[in-house]
Design a protein around this ligand. Sequence first.
Ligand code: AVJ
Length: 315
Amino acid sequence: MQIPTSSTNSATIDHDFIPEIELGLLAENASISPKFLYDPLGSHLFTAITLLPEYYPTNTEKNIFSQYKDQISQAVGIGGTLIDLGAGNCQKAESFFESLKPSNYLAIDFSVEYLQDALNKLAGKYPHILMQCIGMDFSKQLIIPDSIAPTKRTFFYPGSSLGNFLPSEALHLLSQIKNQANDGGLLIGVDLMKEDAVLMTAYDDPLKVTAAFNLNILRSTNSHLNSNFKVEQFRHVAKVNHAENRVELYLEALENVIVSWPGKSREFKKGELIHTENSHKYTIESIKQLLMSAGFETTQIWTDPKNYFAVIYAK
Ligand code: AVJ
């Protein structure tokens, strides 16, 4: 893997995703990993979701960040490398540049094309911060390149993206973060459990932006696999799973469908579901437990008045 030193270059760790996608599609309970939601159009659709009034996480987190900016920045401390996990459009990290004064900014995302555009714009605005981006699927392994100085690292993982992972996977990722933070820490945003009605409108919004975002995973899959999914043969479904403390997204076949791709095919009966995403919701206690199990020793926590969302600095 090559990590460029120029301020706006990117490096992509290339993976062959075909075996992973096939495994999910051929399983009795079919699934497609949520990382395939974020092709270039999917990344834009997700940004559109964050602008919906029904999608409370983004705004709630933003309000917590702005209300407690000083306290949070004081907890995190200045300097070192700010490592943005799932950087997207880099806006959230940018809002901390002034108070955290990082010398380096490393933006990591699965969708590197979208990230590169965002970083190009940012680099011109902050010439004193050395910026790099990497396209990485850190759902399996988080590897911070050797070219990133082993000084203080602040991992930034906002937006409750941790919620995509099963508890065991989340623990694995958090442990890897702890082991690579040196004397820094983790600033993370997590979504809290709440009443079903609020969750359901957030994940099945009346403008159907979330439906478009979810259905687009079929086109993203077609481009990876050379398969022939037709978006109009499926519909978006959101469910709250209380036993697992999560919202689940599915695509339901509206008719009997046969999907094929080079060498293989899969039949979906009318009503059959493809699982596309889990969005785990935490309690203050459950996320603290998870962080402690990952090796973090202290946490500072900020929430909103409705207790919809929590921002945590863990060291
Ligand atoms: C980016 C994973 C935090 O789970 O709320 C938004 C993705 N899916 N609407 C979430 C998402 C449907 C989002 N995360």
